[in-house]
Design a protein around this ligand. Structure first.
Ligand code: GLN
Length: 533
């Protein structure tokens, strides 16, 4: 394609309709359900497994385990940038999804082996595979709807329900397996967890392998991308990328950066017991924040170059999309307290004793969000349809504003509980934390599926996968910052009612401010979108 020629949106085949949506939506729904089954089925066990297997249960391993977990979560989303690019420019979407599924399954089976290096290599393999899979399956959903089809946001909301159905079911299954297939009640069988996840990923692979015929030409490689040899190159690329990811995951990279900065005299060393402690000198999460930031700037630049090449309208749309990405970072930074500070809150500050002395397990709070999402998604989807009929459906930036405000309201509940409801044992009741998850989920439903849908509407046609990678990168940046923020809330000595109240008050003001700001500047962003709704 010449540089002056404008890329036009691909035409959508005349798909049969099932339950009001193109039939392949349901195939993508199930493929993603099983991939998320694999992803969330093992996620809860990662940090616990590291301590149990490689530190023989010594709590001193918790720091390393948390850092590895944080790095994993940030990198797994950042890898989507590369996966999206591979689909756009090298082998097409369908083949990227298939290669990604194979690589990810291989990684999941690798982490079963009880060797720390192989374990970290396995996690790196999961990251690379997921990078190829996750953005591209999401982009495919957008390709089922023609430009201007008002069902697109609803289609993505349903797809998102599949994501969360997987996230809800899998920890229940793998949690049961872990405690059932063990000789000693205090020791969980993590191998069973990883095995079940690997099998889930194989189901996803087979589901897509068979089901992809329904897609017709959508997501097939362009004629110039069709060669089989390209798939071999992508596999080789994955094999080369895995040690690189390994280097970042295990903290080797941040230590290298710390050494270089120390040599230059740019930072001061922190010495503990006579040796330099690199993690304290320059935390890996800080290095990662910079790396991800640079990646985001590079991605934005490339998308803008393509936007400029395609003309004013496309350029403006890229600007609008990038502005929304920045707000997305904020959303996930506070949403992901669910995996960190909210757990300390649940464990130490929430009164979990129920009827008859039974204590609600901390881990079960993790199911509240996906459960409410699956229950609420159909209603939100219906609400958009209902509002659309009355020409009142909020614009994309306003839906995002609602998402941020929903998230902010969750923190209002915590502020109220931590200032008004603390009892003589320094505990708050059970219900506020449940409300927090429900409100955050309502916000998530206004924002997250709409973001996926938005990318497929606003990205330059030739870089949809890459832009989708940018969407997940912004999530990854938010996840990384969430860990840094949670660290501040806990401080050196652990979370207290006072530290939680001050951290969560800050969260509220930032989220609410960002939400209101989006509402105010929505007309401006809409103008940049040039008619995209
Ligand atoms: N729960 C969603 C998923 O796993 C959230 C991911 C995201 O966009 N942050 O897909």
């Amino acid at each position: 394609m010449s540089t002056t020629e404008k890329a036009t949106a691909p035409t959508v085949p005349d798909y049969p309709q099932t339950l009001g949506h193109p039939r392949p939506l349901w195939m993508l729904f199930m493929t993603e359900f099983w991939e998320r089954f694999a992803f969330y089925g093992m996620r809860w066990a990662l940090a616990l497994y590291i301590v149990a297997e490689f530190f023989h249960g010594d709590p001193a391993g918790q720091g390393f385990a948390s850092r590895t977990y944080g790095a994993y979560l940030a990198l797994v989303y950042a890898a989507a940038v590369f996966g999206g690019y591979v689909a756009d420019r090298i082998i097409g979407y369908q083949r990227s999804i298939l290669v990604g599924a194979v690589v990810m399954a291989a990684g999941l089976f690798m982490i079963m082996l009880p060797d720390e290096r192989i374990f970290l290599l396995g996690l790196s393999t999961v990251i690379v595979g997921n990078g190829l899979f996750k953005p591209n399956i999401s982009s495919m959903v957008g390709r089922l709807y023609s430009v201007g089809d008002a069902r697109r946001d609803r289609g993505f909301t349903l797809f998102y329900m599949g994501i969360n159905a997987g996230a809800l079911v899998s920890p229940l299954v793998t949690g049961w397996l872990a405690s059932h297939f063990t000789d000693m009640p205090m020791q969980q069988n993590y191998k069973a967890v990883f095995l079940a996840s690997g099998v889930g990923m194989l189901v996803s692979l087979v589901w897509f392998w068979i089901g992809r015929r329904q897609l017709g030409p959508v997501g097939r490689p362009a004629p110039e991308q069709a060669g089989r040899l390209r798939v071999v190159y992508v596999f080789l690329g994955c094999v080369l990328a895995i040690p690189l990811v390994f280097f970042m995951l295990g903290g080797g990279f941040s230590e290298l950066v710390a050494r270089a900065l120390l040599d230059m005299g740019a930072i001061k060393p922190t010495v503990i017991d006579g040796a330099i402690n690199y993690e304290k000198t320059l935390p890996a999460a800080t290095v990662r924040a910079w790396v991800l930031g640079v990646l985001f700037v590079g991605l934005s630049a490339l998308l803008l170059v393509e936007g400029f090449r395609e003309g004013k309208v496309q350029r403006d749309r890229v600007f609008a999309m990038l502005i929304i990405f920045v707000f997305n970072v904020l959303f996930w930074m506070f949403y992901e307290q669910a995996g960190s500070s909210f757990n300390f809150l649940a464990q130490n500050i929430v009164d979990r004793e129920m009827f008859g002395g039974w204590v609600f397990p901390v881990g079960w709070f993790q199911s509240v969000a996906p459960l409410s999402l699956v229950l609420l998604a159909p209603f939100v989807s219906l609400a958009w349809g209902w509002l659309d009929k009355r020409r009142m459906e909020p614009s994309i930036p306003r839906k995002f504003g609602l998402g941020l405000i929903g998230n902010a309201l969750a923190f209002v509940v915590l502020m109220y509980a931590l200032s008004e409801l603390v009892d003589s044992r320094h505990l708050i009741p059970f219900w506020p934390l449940v409300m927090v998850y429900v409100l955050q989920t309502l916000g998530e439903l206004c924002l997250s599926p709409i973001g996926l849908s938005m990318v497929t509407k606003l990205a330059p046609v030739r870089l949809v996968g890459f832009a989708m990678g940018g969407w997940f990168l912004s999530t990854g940046i938010g996840n990384n910052l969430s860990g840094i923020f949670a660290g501040h809330v806990s401080g050196e000595t652990g979370m207290t009612v006072a530290s939680a109240l001050s951290g969560f008050t800050f969260s509220f003001w930032l989220l609410a401010g960002a939400g209101v700001l989006l509402f105010v500047i929505a007309p401006l962003i809409n103008r940049l979108m040039h008619g995209v709704k």
